[in-house]
Design a protein around this ligand. Sequence first.
Ligand code: NAP
Length: 282
Amino acid sequence: MKKAFVVGHPIKHSRSPLIHGFWLKQHGIAGSYERIDVEPVNFGRFLRNFHEQGFAGGNVTIPHKETAFAGVTRRTERAERLKAVNTLWIENGVLWGDNTDVLGFMANLDQSLGTGWEQAVDNVLVLGAGGAARGIVAGLQDRPMKRIVVANRTVSKAEDLVRDLERYSAVKLEALAWDELDRALPTSQLIVNTTSLGMAGQPPILIDLAKVPGNAVVSDIVYVPLKTPLLAAAEAHGLRTVDGLGMLLHQAVPGFERWFGVRPEVTPDLRALIVADIESAT
Ligand code: NAP
């Protein structure tokens, strides 16, 4: 029986077991995907020993993504760029790490907007400069666009992000102070919220959508609630929206394929299962 895991601390709220459990059942695979709570002090040992315990690999979540990056033997280019690993597997006896958040975000945009959507996008505004924002900027900068503006409450973190990532593509990266946000709105054809604002229990993110072009797309990577106040406001302004659940579902695809040998699909049935779970929790 093939076994995989999601490791974090805490881990009990992870929806990854529901996603991988759905695909295991759908494909009739005799396998398991389990939550493992490991405290930071024990993570190094876990990384060295999981294969001996019969695991093919697994996902890594908060707070272990950076330690996993440092602890693997080989990394994909994406993981190198982000200095964080969320997917582990063993290949020819070697411990590999990848970062599939990047793929998840981009695959969700492609599925929601149709391939080639970036041809109508010159400028992107990314709100936030945390771990998730890095993955999103890394994914976007590989597409043909002119400029990605990163606005963050702590502007020095946006500046750090720009400095770390700008060498990877010709797309111009620019840091913007939070109180200058309005300046970027009229020229942004894609706006992505990567802050935790709008999450259940957090205040909403307040931006003046009347200043945004009518053909703009507004995306939020927060997925609890599924329709965040930002997405509801964007809909009310007649703007296209992309919610955050698709990113979570798509980032799971490459890991499942590595551990269980089948490339799964993000289908309406899977989405409905996770939506029901989110709605029962909120
Ligand atoms: P993080 O590294 O802690 O970054 C949090 C970001 O939110 C920072 O930019 C922070 O700004 C900003 N922020 C927090 N409170 C704020 C406030 N009151 N006003 C303005 N900005 C504020 O977290 P993360 O890992 O990037 O995750 C961010 C969000 O993305 C979370 O809600 C997470 O659940 C979601 N997420 C979703 C997916 C998905 O698959 N859909 C994947 C990953 C993450 P400062 O730098 O100024 O503190």
